[in-house]
Design a protein around this ligand. Structure first.
Ligand SMILES: [Zn+2]
Ligand SMILES: [Zn+2]
Length: 238
């Protein structure tokens, strides 16, 4: 497969159309006229094409109106800009949670809050390097859930309730990730962190984020270390 010429979203071949069509960019939703599209109907604008993984995640989250963090994370992780394993997952987790949270709340204030907090989540998650899980004993996807709670509650090292909630969130997703066992899978850890965060948000912040509870991982064939049937998201049919 030629990764330089195929669709950035799904890897299918690109079709060159005889007549240009009006469509929206898959990532930023910007309207455009194009004569290049993949056989699955995806179009990616030039601006998104030029971005690295972190900026693409940011731009996608700013523009999307979606609510389900699993759907958003899967769409981002399918992009060829996002590696099978890598520190970009440390940003995906807080980014899709912030987006799901503020898109669910709705309203004008939420739009500006979403933007402000996405920017800060990017700044903070960039400080969590790849391999943090094994070398420091704290998976970056779990830290991402703590970054999210810290940002939406306005926690600081001196806050009481907010400080407690942020650390409880990280410990809950971290424990769940640790118990899922096995060596590296940024996809599994991301899904576990998101599922735990959605439950935690409902219990502690009283916001119900709609999420499809059945997750079928579509990345297992790309992961040499996949736990297969020992992973809760493994489905050999996918
Ligand atoms: Zn495609
Ligand atoms: Zn775009």
């Amino acid at each position: 497969m030629d990764h330089k010429t195929d669709c950035l979203v799904c890897g299918k071949e690109l079709d060159y159309l005889f007549t240009p069509v009006q469509t929206n960019c898959f990532y930023c939703r910007e309207k455009a006229e194009t004569d290049v599209m993949c056989s699955g109907g995806h179009f990616v604008c030039d601006a998104c094409h030029r971005l690295g993984a972190m900026d693409l995640i940011y731009r996608y989250c700013i523009r999307t109106s979606k609510h389900d963090p699993i759907v958003m994370a899967t769409e981002l992780m399918r992009s060829k800009k996002v590696a099978m394993h890598g520190p970009e997952h440390h940003f995906i987790v807080p980014a899709v949670l912030i987006t799901a949270y503020y898109n669910t709340l709705g309203g004008i204030t939420s739009i500006s809050e979403k933007e402000k907090k996405l920017r800060e989540a990017l700044r903070r998650s960039e400080k969590v390097p790849g391999g943090f899980c094994g070398f420091y004993g704290a998976c970056g996807a779990a830290i991402g859930t703590g970054i999210f709670i810290s940002l939406v509650t306005g926690a600081t090292p001196l806050a009481r309730q907010e400080w407690m909630l942020s650390n409880m969130m990280t410990s809950r997703s971290l424990s769940c990730i640790a118990h899922s066992g096995g060596p590296r899978c940024c996809k599994r850890d991301t899904y576990i962190a998101l599922v735990e965060a959605v439950a935690f948000i409902e219990e502690n912040l009283n916001v119900k984020i709609e999420i499809d509870p059945v997750i079928h991982c579509c990345f297992h064939s790309l992961n040499r270390e996949c736990l297969k049937s020992a992973c809760p998201f493994y489905d050999e049919q996918v």
